[in-house]
Write a protein that binds this ligand. Structure first.
Ligand SMILES: O=P(O)(O)O[C@H]1[C@H](O)[C@@H](O)[C@@H](O)[C@@H](O)[C@@H]1O
Ligand code: MG
Length: 281
């Protein structure tokens, strides 16, 4: 039987690389704007790269063949609803704050979901020039080398990634840093954060770190990373230990359940609106 999504997967890899090159060209004149807060940055490059990715996909597969969830399209009012229809979930510049500051971790993240299940994901880590990718049931790769999560089961010998996100409300910041302090003092070998969730997920998938968790993340930041972590042998859970929900804005990705459950014990949960919550009137 013909493989229905191989062509889309191969095309997504090519589009991700092209998008990375367009992003690089945008470095020469970065025009910074803000979204939900003064520290939630977006640039004209983010918007331009997303438009080019979406138009390339529409040109290749047909104007109305697929649905799209793009970070910057949603920011401009497009709906953020994951239906059973084939849907591209796109973060054109993951690590926008890094991009603005020249901090060397920026990624293009493109995922493709069918029946609400991610079929494949591509994360192009631009500055590293590394293409992380995975298809459901077919393994995870960095460029063309297979990747595998860490086999570490001892939390005391682990590195954990967390991010503080863009919400600066005191009650949330307190919970974020209290959680980080409790995890650091388990103790673990270290806490890290690249500033881009897509890259963080790839660091779990390559075994460079044991886990990455975040409350407040968006579906476009992690959709590609989800399948890359799973196909590298990792697991995804909700921050309360329940089943992972791509649209919930809460996520724990880890090399195994032992590590995941140990850090979940320390996470101080705070409420965040779902990505697919009805738009406020
Ligand atoms: O760079 P973004 O696409 O906005 O996503 C970032 C987010 O801005 C940052 O606060 C962290 O949450 C990262 O994990 C995201 O990738
Ligand atoms: Mg992002």
């Amino acid at each position: 039987m013909e493989d229905p999504w191989q062509k889309a997967y191969d095309f997504a890899v090519a589009v991700a690389r092209k998008a990375g090159e367009i992003r690089k060209a945008g470095e020469s004149e970065i025009r910074v704007m803000t979204k939900s807060s003064t520290v939630d940055l977006v640039t004209k490059t983010d918007e331009r790269v997303e438009k080019i990715i979406i138009s390339s996909l529409k040109e290749e597969f047909g104007e109305d063949a697929h649905c799209f969830i793009g970070e910057e399209s949603v920011a401009k009012g497009e709906p953020c609803v994951l239906s059973d229809k084939p849907t591209w979930i796109i973060d054109p510049v993951d690590g926008t704050t890094n991009f603005v500051h020249g901090f060397p971790f920026v990624a293009v993240s493109i995922a493709f979901a069918v029946n609400k299940e991610v079929e494949f994901g591509v994360v192009y880590s631009c500055l590293e020039d590394k293409m992380y990718k995975a298809r459901k049931g077919k393994g995870a790769f960095c460029d063309d080398e297979p990747i595998q999560v860490s086999d570490m089961k001892d939390i005391n010998k682990s590195i954990i990634i967390s991010e503080h996100g863009t919400d600066r409300s005191p009650e949330k910041v307190t919970k974020i840093f209290s959680t980080m302090q409790k995890i650091l003092c388990i103790p673990v070998h270290g806490l890290r954060g690249s500033g881009t969730a897509a890259t963080n997920m790839c660091l779990v998938a390559t075994g460079a770190v044991e886990a990455f968790f975040e409350i407040g993340i968006h579906c476009w930041d992690i959709a590609a990373g989800v399948i890359i972590v799973k196909e590298a042998g990792g697991i995804l859970l909700d921050v309360d230990g329940g089943p992972f929900d791509l649209m919930s804005r809460r996520m724990v990705s880890a090399n195994n359940e032992l590590i995941a459950k140990r850090i979940i014990k320390e996470i101080e949960i705070f409420p965040v609106g779902r990505d697919d919550a009805p738009a406020e009137k």
